[in-house]
Design a protein around this ligand. Structure first.
Ligand SMILES: *Cc1c(COP(=O)(O)O)cnc(C)c1O
Length: 387
């Protein structure tokens, strides 16, 4: 059997995989089983922040794997402690809980919001408002938080306590907040899976203002937008707000599974011994990899991400067959005249890997992609879209 046949026989059919078997990668390039080379603008859905098999990341991860690969949370380990310190110092958050994925980081945030609500505003204060068209994960609670009906079908009953507000609708938000016992609003500043939609700054700031007036938490899901992806270390930093909870995952580990829930001053003492946990959370190898990523996301590096973003917008905006370009930093959505699946597979034939988000082409290139490779890949996209 071919790899494809074996996979289709034995792996749960939850993914509509592309007809592509990847065998190796280096930097922004990947190769398939036939030796064909691709420029990868998808980075495993924003996970390989510094591309494939980045040398510094390999060194950090392999040194730690040879020293202590796992210890459990019964004990202290250096990578976990240091990563938490760096994350707090760079964001102003006070505590970090480590998980293994985005959904788990969001589960933690939801538990924090509920416990904080119960302790400070009473047991009935458990409602969390999320945004329509959002995506927060696949566990039952994060699925319930996700503001898209199509993900909910046949999984009822959902977890209780989630309300969904239309993006950028300040009036509806205010009404929901006034009429319900709300403990938190959770949002992505740029909706990723929802189609790379950037929320209005006024709306995000309105949430923050209301949170102060009505005493609820602002929780930003930076699973996709975080770790330099949108040009700031965390995207909320460009929206002029200070959240109470920040969750992240995807690019954080540079390729290894890790999630983090960062907690600010208001909620720093909510999680106490025994109230939450994870066997793998804070794994030393994953944390060592994450440290090697975060430490390189300096202001100078992020300025380069913003320059690359300008290049993308300049090259794509107004090109033939491209209706609009959305996003921030190197998180890009492209509305094409042609069918996205056609564009996707033609780009792949021409050696460029892209992603989709709803009816858009989505790009999440390596943050350190060389300008020349980025330009080359963009030329291919422009050419395919113009057909
Ligand atoms: C991918 C994603 C998640 C889910 O992360 P997993 O690691 O797949 O559990 C949650 N929120 C956002 C915004 C995401 O993009």
């Amino acid at each position: 059997m071919s790899i494809k046949q074996t996979d289709q026989t034995y792996v749960a059919s939850t993914y509509a995989r592309a007809d592509l078997v990847l065998v190796k990668g280096k930097g922004s390039l990947a190769w398939d089983e036939n030796g064909k080379e691709y420029i990868d603008l998808g980075t495993g859905i924003g996970v390989n922040a510094f591309g494939y098999c980045d040398d510094e990341w390999i060194k950090a991860v392999s040194e730690q794997a040879g020293l202590l690969q796992h210890a459990s949370n019964l004990y202290y380990t250096s990578p976990c402690a240091r990563l938490a310190q760096v994350l707090c110092e760079r964001t102003g958050m006070k505590k970090v809980f480590f998980a293994n994925s985005g959904a788990e980081a969001n589960e933690c945030a939801i538990k924090v919001a509920r416990k904080w609500g119960a302790q400070t505003k009473g047991e009935n204060c458990y409602k969390i408002i999320t945004i329509k068209n959002s995506f927060h994960g696949r566990t039952l609670a994060t699925l319930s938080a996700t503001g898209q009906d199509k993900f909910h079908e046949l999984f009822n009953p959902l977890v209780d306590g989630f309300l969904h507000v239309s993006a950028n609708d300040c009036e509806q938000l205010e009404k929901l907040v006034k009429e319900n016992d709300v403990c938190a609003v959770m949002l992505e500043t740029v909706q990723g899976e929802g189609g790379v939609n950037v929320l209005d700054v006024e709306f995000v700031q309105k949430i923050s203002t209301l949170a102060k007036q009505e005493n609820f938490l602002v929780m930003i899901d930076e699973v996709q937008t975080g770790n330099g992806r949108c040009g700031a270390l965390y995207s909320y930093m460009d929206f002029g707000i200070m959240p109470d909870v920040v969750t992240t995952a995807k690019g954080l580990g540079g390729g290894l599974p890790i999630g983090a829930c960062l907690m600010g001053e208001k909620v720093q003492s909510v999680l106490t011994a025994g109230t939450h946990g994870s066997t793998f959370g804070g794994n030393p190898v994953a944390c060592a990899g994450a440290l090697s990523i975060i430490e390189r996301l300096t202001d100078d590096f992020l300025a380069q991400v913003k320059k690359k973003s300008e290049l993308v917008f300049n090259k794509l905006s107004g090109a033939k067959g491209i209706e609009s370009v959305s996003g921030k930093g190197l998180m890009i959505g492209i509305k094409t005249k042609r069918n996205v699946m056609e564009v996707l597979s033609e780009c792949r034939e021409k050696g460029v890997i892209c992603l989709t988000a709803k009816d858009k082409i989505r790009l999440l290139p390596p943050l350190n992609i060389p300008f020349e490779l980025l330009e080359k890949a963009l030329s291919t996209i422009v050419e395919v879209c113009a057909k």
